[in-house]
Ligand binder design. Structure first.
Ligand code: BDP
Length: 724
């Protein structure tokens, strides 16, 4: 029997060490842990003595409940007094028209700045008393403001003299779920799909609400529920009724639903003989479908479409093009203010050109031809969500088209949910890249937020890493990638350090001896995975289909560009893909200054070296090492860095719960094992061409090349179902 004194000791230990109350990760970055620092608690309590928070819409009620829960948990308050006399309060929360005219007046400029979704958090002096004000033009602005306030408190920020005026820089901040109707998730590593289609619409799982809440807390305002490799059934009445139930849950959190539209739906569920976008019957079918959806879901966001890509049907099946297809759907949605998000992830087995060039070649000529409610969704790089890719050359090259960013939050090519990789660092690198398309510093972020080419419709999508796992994302640290994606979609200029610091504080601890080493570890983790998987610009050398682990030897798949050998081109002469004018000339798709920089192996940043150049094994790197030695040393460095992560984590016990500590320790051990696997398999294989020994400092391989080649994973998670 556990005795009372044991319980007391445990409670004392937890309180003393500042361990958050949440131990299974379900509460994500919102555990609202009790604040131990008594002077800080006192300051926060001073603002919480009495609260004026008028309004009773659904959204405002959510904001109120959240505020009360947060304050109660963080400050240990039994209840939060509310007061209807505005002037006697210490915290005032309300939309513009609910505040007294003095406050309104003093904030008039800020109200213009924040638009429909932004908020103001500010301390003001009323009758010589300091009052904390959270205000906005809309209810959703209030909800975002309340979440921000609570998050700042979770981060123990000083609210004295706070004047935070913040509004999202990107309009559509969206998660793309690749969820199938049978609840499997393509490239999902955190269990099954959250959407329980069988029990919907009647049964509303608490998870839907908690999911919406988590998204709203970082400002995500759109979700596409279904896989881009789409099933037309989602557009049938039976499923639309279920979608409507989810829309009802998400609406007060400011989240709009999008669905993936299978281009051949008019045939599959509409009994038409064709899906030709120029056929009036097909056009009518989509108009009626849109009307039917909007009748059920008046704020439906629109369609996300993967067409003529990897076997998906599209307008090209009928000799039409992407513009014909996208505009047909756009016309059906326009009267309802819906959008078409048309994906640019295309490459064809009939096109012998470098896969990296194909999307640009196909889409750039269409610039200016899409209707005003079409966004072209473009992956961050020209190949496919690799641990590192140069930014996609389409960014900046289509000034008359809203280009929407597509990042992958789920770690298809980044170790699934077993590897700790902090992705905001990767996202930041892409967003900060200079396209040189207009003036200097024409960054990808400026393309995406519309400021470079004056676009009104803007968006950023992240392929979700969320599933039914208790902690939502499989790896506890993968939550940071969901959080970080949301923050960057709100503000693509935020630094990854800031995001890491925020997330660590809220999720685990505000203790500096935890934060400093852990922020460093998160920031470095991205380069670490590049080192042990794809150093010096190597890419797409993953094993077939599932993309779990290395497979640089794979060469027999039916389509050349599905084979890793297509990408690394290792031979007795050297390694790498020549994309300069002497090779595929993919560099031509970038602005002049980049062409000049990247065409020359001496001036290209070495992290992109083998992406753009085929170089001899004894080519001299900047540090004097030969290319072969350099590759080998990078693989070893990656392994050593994972070992370093294990050391760092081992001293973090005092700051996290025992369960969390053990869970992450076990996952890091897997990561180490797999980093070694990558190192050994790749070096043994490339050595068959280089015919050189590995340099000093690189460990001997644990097994033979044959052994690594023999590994098969027919049941690796996330494998795409059979394409049809
Ligand atoms: C690739 C995935 C595949 C997706 C495809 C896409 O391997 O499962 O369907 O991208 O984005 O990364 O359409």
């Amino acid at each position: 029997m556990i005795q009372l004194k044991h319980v007391l000791v445990l409670v004392f230990l937890c309180v003393f060490s500042g361990i958050s109350q949440s131990t299974n990760g379900y509460e994500l970055w919102m555990p609202y842990s009790n604040i131990e620092d008594s002077s800080l608690t006192k300051k926060y309590r001073d603002y919480s003595k009495s609260i004026y928070f008028p309004g009773s819409t659904e959204t405002l009620m959510i904001a109120k409940n959240e505020l009360h829960t947060g304050l109660r948990k963080m400050l240990g308050l039994a209840s939060i007094p509310t007061n209807s006399n505005r002037l006697e309060n210490t915290m005032i929360i309300g939309t513009k028209e609910n505040l007294n005219s003095d406050i309104q007046q003093s904030l008039s400029k800020a109200y213009v700045e924040i638009g429909n979704e932004g908020f103001i958090i500010k301390t003001v002096s009323i009758k010589s008393k300091t009052v904390l004000v959270v205000t906005a033009n809309t209810d959703i602005g209030i909800l975002y403001g309340v979440y921000r306030l609570l998050n700042l408190m979770q981060q123990h920020k000083n609210l004295h003299n706070i004047n935070a005026v913040d509004t999202p820089k990107i309009k559509l901040r969206m998660l793309n779920h690749w969820d199938n109707l049978d609840r499997t998730v393509e490239r999902g590593y955190a269990g099954f799909s959250l959407w329980n289609w069988q029990k919907l619409p009647e049964f509303i799982d608490q998870r839907y609400i908690d999911y919406a809440r988590a998204n709203a807390s970082v400002g995500i305002n759109a979700v596409s529920l279904t896989n881009v490799n789409a099933n037309a059934l989602i557009l049938t009445p039976m499923y639309l009724e279920k979608v409507e139930a989810l829309a009802r849950v998400f609406r007060p959190y400011g989240i709009k639903i999008y669905l993936t539209a299978r281009f051949s739906a008019p045939i599959e569920i509409g009994n038409l003989e064709t899906a030709d976008p120029l056929d009036p019957k097909v056009q009518q079918w989509w108009v009626h479908k849109a009307d039917e959806i909007y009748k059920l879901i008046p704020d439906f966001g629109g369609f996300l479409v993967k067409a003529n890509s990897e076997g998906q049907p599209g307008p090209q099946n009928y000799g039409r093009n992407h513009v014909d297809g996208a505009n047909m759907l756009a016309k059906a949605l326009l009267p309802h203010k819906g959008n078409v998000i048309w994906r640019a992830f295309v490459y064809s087995e009939h096109d012998a050109d470098d896969r990296a060039k194909q999307a640009y070649s196909e889409f750039v000529p269409y610039d200016g031809k899409f209707m005003e409610n079409v966004l072209v969704q473009t992956k961050n790089g020209a190949i496919d969500f690799q641990p590192r890719e140069p930014f996609h050359p389409m960014f900046g090259a289509m000034p008359k088209t809203p280009l929407m960013m597509e990042f992958q939050i789920t770690q298809e090519y980044l170790g699934f949910s077993t590897h700790l990789v902090f992705l905001p660092k990767l996202f930041e690198e892409v967003l900060d890249a200079d396209t040189f398309r207009k003036e200097e510093n024409s960054t990808v972020a400026k393309v995406i937020d519309g400021s470079l080419h004056n676009q009104k419709l803007t968006g950023m999508a992240g392929v979700a890493n969320i599933g039914t796992d208790l902690n939502w994302t499989g790896h506890p640290f993968a939550q940071a990638n969901w959080y970080g994606f949301g923050r960057l979609a709100w503000d693509p200029y935020l630094s990854s350090e800031t995001i890491a610091d925020e997330w660590l504080r809220m999720t685990f601890s505000n203790d500096e001896s935890f934060l400093e080493p852990m922020t460093r570890m998160l920031i470095k983790s991205r380069e670490t995975v590049v080192n042990y998987m794809n150093p010096l610009g190597l890419h797409h050398i993953f094993d077939t289909g599932h993309h779990y682990g290395p497979g640089p030897w794979v060469s027999e798949l039916s389509r050349p560009e599905w084979n890793p050998t297509y990408y690394h081109k290792a031979d007795s002469q050297g390694i790498g893909f020549d994309r300069t004018p002497s090779g595929s000339n993919a560099t031509e798709q970038y602005a002049k200054p980049l062409q000049e920089l990247w065409n020359d192996p001496q001036t290209i940043p070495e992290e992109y070296l083998l992406w753009f150049h085929h170089l001899p094994w004894d080519y001299k790197l900047k540090n004097g090492a030969t290319l072969w030695d350099g590759i080998a040393l990078k693989y070893q460095q990656g392994v050593d860095e994972v070992a370093g992560m294990i050391t760092t984590w081992s001293i973090m016990k005092p700051f996290v719960s025992k369960e969390q500590h053990e869970e992450v320790t076990m996952l890091l051990e897997i990561q180490l094992k797999e980093a070694k696997w990558w190192r050994d398999a790749c070096l043994l294989y490339f050595q068959t061409f280089s015919k050189k020994d590995v340099p000093d400092g690189v460990s001997k391989p644990l097994y033979s090349l044959e052994y690594y080649k023999s590994l098969k994973f027919p049941f690796a998670p996330g494998i795409r179902p059979q394409w049809d």
